[in-house]
Design a protein around this ligand. Sequence first.
Ligand code: FES
Length: 112
Amino acid sequence: MFAVLESVRETCLGLVESLPVAEGRTFVVEGERIAVFRGRDGSVYAVQAQCPHQGGPLAEGVTGGCTVTCPLHSWKFDLASGACLNDPEHRLRTYPVRLAEGLVYVSLDGGG
Ligand code: FES
């Protein structure tokens, strides 16, 4: 279920409940692949889907708290800030997420 809200350029990714807890899922939004994670505390994060190291699929990584560990070479990233905890010269692009009435909305604008 996708719906683009023109005025704020948000895309609805569907129900929060459809996201597995403590796992990632990849979506394609406006042609861009993003990885979306739902934490055990209910937080939802959206970041670029490919690891900046060698393109590992971050949605398949291991999550813990607010971090994801890339499945290829184990670089760890903070999902909120995008910071790489192994090498400060690398970071993930992050995207604003809004939760409303049980739905997840992501915006490609204003990401960091
Ligand atoms: S591709 Fe992600 S750590 Fe190497």
